[in-house]
Design a protein around this ligand. Structure first.
Ligand code: HEM
Length: 182
């Protein structure tokens, strides 16, 4: 996983707690990297799992809850750090429909060794869509948080439902996103 995600996780923890709490989480996670990340570096995904577990033990929040909250925060950070990716999409549905073909394609250009998920889009109408997430990294909770962050960012009222389709070497999660009639 790219260091940029770890850097944002640390900022998220620090913002919600403080520097001492963050140091405590890092020490408890006993990370092979020592918890020193650069944005462009690549680090084992298990370090994210260890950090989330240590965070969870100290707060009582479950790991899925943490990953969802972090994903929601992360989207806001992406909006600040990568404004160029937001040029053409006018709303959340258009943005979400463009992740695979545009957003993550640009991410590959910046970080050629990025490990990104695949998405299938279905049932696309003016008012909604399904987004099926596929990844060997099993980050469906992070994905849900990112989707929620995207819906928050663009505004409007939506329902988001989620169904796990497969948990195997690769996991697949179906998200159904529908506009709530005004
Ligand atoms: C401006 C918007 C976005 C940017 C710049 C961006 C960028 C990135 C980057 C840098 C990574 C890390 C890759 C790695 O660690 O190797 C990543 C991973 C990921 N992105 Fe995006 N992303 C964006 C929007 C989204 C949205 C809206 C979703 C949700 C639908 C999403 C879903 C994911 C997931 C789930 C991962 C984790 C990798 C995996 O599960 O396989 N991203 N993205």
């Amino acid at each position: 996983m790219k260091g940029v995600v770890f850097v944002e996780l640390f900022e998220f923890i620090e913002q919600n707690y403080d520097t001492f709490f963050l140091q405590d989480v890092i020490e408890a996670a006993d990370l092979p990297s020592g918890g020193v990340y650069t944005a462009v570096g690549t680090y084992p995904g298990c370090e994210m799992a260890r950090l989330a577990a240590a965070f969870s033990q100290r707060t009582g929040l479950s790991v899925p809850e943490i990953m969802k909250k972090f994903g929601q925060h992360l989207f806001g950070r992406f909006a600040v750090n990568y404004p160029g990716f937001f040029g053409e999409s006018q709303d959340a549905l258009a943005f979400l429909a463009s992740i695979e073909e545009q957003i993550h394609r640009e991410v590959y250009k910046l970080y050629p060794d990025a490990e990104l998920p695949r998405f299938d889009i279905g049932d696309r109408t003016e008012d909604g869509m399904t987004l099926i997430y596929h990844s060997t990294r099993h980050l469906g909770d992070l994905c849900e948080g990112l989707i929620r962050g995207c819906l928050d960012h663009f505004g409007g009222r939506f329902t988001l439902t989620r169904e796990t389709l497969k948990v195997d070497h690769e996991s697949s999660v179906r998200f159904d996103i529908r506009k709530v009639a005004a």
